[in-house]
Design a protein around this ligand. Structure first.
Ligand code: CA
Length: 183
């Protein structure tokens, strides 16, 4: 389980192949006293070569092969540092899978709560100690969901590539998984 001794680590700038293990870290501030909790969720959708959704990973849905794990979960955003985190082990992912999209969706409990109503919502994507991307989700204003990272394995290639991706969606926890993979 030693991530620092990964044999696939590629040194040198700009080369994102052989991603190894990637962690997506999400943080946000709790709601003001007396208001419904701010509950943001990380969601990963895994696609096969035909573009079909192979499976989803979120707070109550696990990866069948254990390569994507929600390692930290929060319903309120309380506490310091990372509130929710997801680990993706690309080295162990089956050949059949060629694309993974990671998103954030806000639980809509009482009325509508967009990113603009959640303070200091930020997502960061790390490969080891390297920060691949960081996004201030507050910039998404009126959106209630967003895709924040895309990982692809090009046809004929063995290595995965990271692609920057930040796109807002007007969707909730029920319908976001169905649309998050659409380009
Ligand atoms: Ca959550």
């Amino acid at each position: 389980m030693s991530e620092s001794s990964s044999g696939t680590d590629v040194s040198g700038g700009g080369l994102n192949k052989g991603l190894g293990t990637v962690e997506v870290r999400l943080r946000w501030d709790p709601s003001p006293m007396g208001e419904p909790d701010n509950d943001l969720d990380l969601v990963a959708a895994v696609y096969d070569a035909d573009g079909g959704t192979a499976y989803l990973v979120h707070f109550d849905s696990r990866s069948p092969d254990g390569t994507i794990t929600l390692t930290r979960d929060s319903h309120t955003g309380q506490g310091f540092g990372t509130d929710e985190a997801m680990k993706l082990e690309f080295d162990r992912m089956a050949e059949a899978y060629t694309r993974v999209v990671v998103g954030v969706v806000i639980q809509q409990n009482d009325g509508r709560k967009p990113f603009g109503a959640v303070q200091n919502a930020e997502v960061a994507i790390f490969r080891g100690y390297d920060e691949l991307a960081v996004h201030d989700l507050g910039t998404l204003g009126g959106n209630t969901a967003a895709t924040v990272a895309e990982f692809v394995r090009p046809e004929g290639e063995s290595g995965w590539e990271f692609r920057h991706r930040l796109r807002g969606f007007d969707a909730g926890p029920d319908d976001f998984p169905g649309v998050m993979g659409k380009v």
